[in-house]
Design a protein around this ligand. Structure first.
Ligand code: UT7
Length: 331
């Protein structure tokens, strides 16, 4: 029998209804539609505004959408991983809350925190359980409610981020589809450029650090940009080289949606034309762990059995990496 690989057999997604446009942001901070569009490619983003609703609210809806689209009984699912940097609580894991809410009783579930690379880290982790034969149906969710950790008076961060969730189902495949290769990296020295300082064990929230806004995202945009633009492009190129993929062999680049200029640089390094690059940053902004499954969901109807996908991300940590996937079904 040929080796077991983990293949994506379905995609689901959810974004909140509220649309925060560049125009509305320009009434809140000193910015403009022109600046945001030319520097990032973002036109609008979704915001989960209702009080008391966390990331699990969006993730549950994305998983329910996935289960209904794939006709999957939640009781048949063996495991659920949730990639997020905005868990409902420090503990328990948001994955525990999601799996209980959708009727996946008593399964193995946990969160993975690799910031914007969270989804590709989680997908690779989940794939190991499928490839060993331990599990037959695994759900991987990427979700973030970035609006819960953004300072809406800081124009350098508030224009970039949005809220959303996406989920995929992984199942074993012996016909040559699924996760073919992965290359994942981290460099913790990147913490100084991109972090949320207060609220963890090093700096629990105090009145002082609260007043200093340390419970919000801190980003040195230019420094992060320089690391991201080089490393995401390079890892895409490396995974192509390692798998003897020429530009014509790759039907889709599925990039993390942080900045259109970073995405363009990766596509150029790979030799891919823009029409083979998944893009929805204009609609959702940077939803951190959710950008990649949201792209797969938006483009699912255009995917064909046998398509070669390079999926790539760069984010806080720093973390970055690329996957090579052979798509299993006609969307
Ligand atoms: O997803 C995880 C990882 N994160 C990323 O990959 C993000 C990487 N970084 C970026 O995408 C970009 O650095 C940003 C979009 C965050 C910023 O774009 P930039 O081209 O690097 O701008 P900058 O920070 O160099 O700022 C240029 C100018 C500054 O003004 P001065 O000093 O030249 O007068 C900023 O104060 O733009 C100003 N500026 C703004 N102006 C209008 C910064 N933010 C804004 C804004 N509206 N929202």
């Amino acid at each position: 029998m040929s080796r077991i690989r983990a293949a994506i057999t379905g995609v689901g997604s959810y974004v909140p209804d509220y649309v925060l446009t560049n125009q509305e942001l320009s009434l809140m901070v000193d910015t403009s539609d022109e600046w945001i569009t030319t520097r990032t490619g973002i036109k609008e983003r979704r915001i989960l505004r209702e009080k008391g609703l966390g990331s699990s609210h969006m993730a549950i809806r994305a998983v329910e959408n996935l289960l209904s689209k794939t006709n999957t009984n939640p009781r048949e699912v063996d495991m659920l991983l949730c990639a997020t940097v905005t868990p409902d609580y420090t503990f328990p894991a948001t994955a525990n809350i999601i799996s209980a809410a959708v009727g996946m009783d008593h399964i193995l579930s946990y969160d993975i925190n690799a910031a914007c690379s969270g989804f590709i880290y989680a997908l690779t982790t989940a794939a190991q359980f499928v490839e060993t034969g331990a599990y037959k149906k695994v759900v991987v969710v990427g979700v973030d409610k970035m609006s819960s950790i953004i300072d809406y008076s800081d124009r350098t961060t508030c224009v970039i981020f949005g809220d959303g969730a996406g989920a995929v189902l992984l199942e074993p495949d012996t016909e040559g589809f699924g996760l073919m290769d992965f290359k994942l990296h981290s460099d913790g020295t990147g913490c100084r450029y991109l972090h949320k300082k207060a609220g963890g064990s090093a700096y629990p929230v105090t009145m002082r650090n609260f007043l200093e806004q340390q419970h919000f995202v801190y980003q040195e945009g230019q420094a992060v940009f320089k690391f991201a633009v080089v490393n995401m492009a390079e890892v895409c190129y490396q995974i192509m080289q390692r798998n003897n993929l020429r530009p014509d062999d790759v039907q889709w680049l599925v990039p993390h949606q942080a900045n259109k200029r970073i995405i363009d640089a990766a596509a150029e390094r790979m030799g891919l034309p823009p029409e083979r690059v998944m893009l929805n940053i204009h609609k959702y902004g940077n939803t951190t762990a959710a950008t990649i499954p949201l792209c797969l969901s938006d483009y699912e109807h255009r995917l064909r059995r046998g398509d070669n996908l390079v999926v790539a991300a760069f984010g806080g940590g720093f973390t970055w990496g690329a996957l090579y996937l052979k798509w299993k079904y006609d969307g």
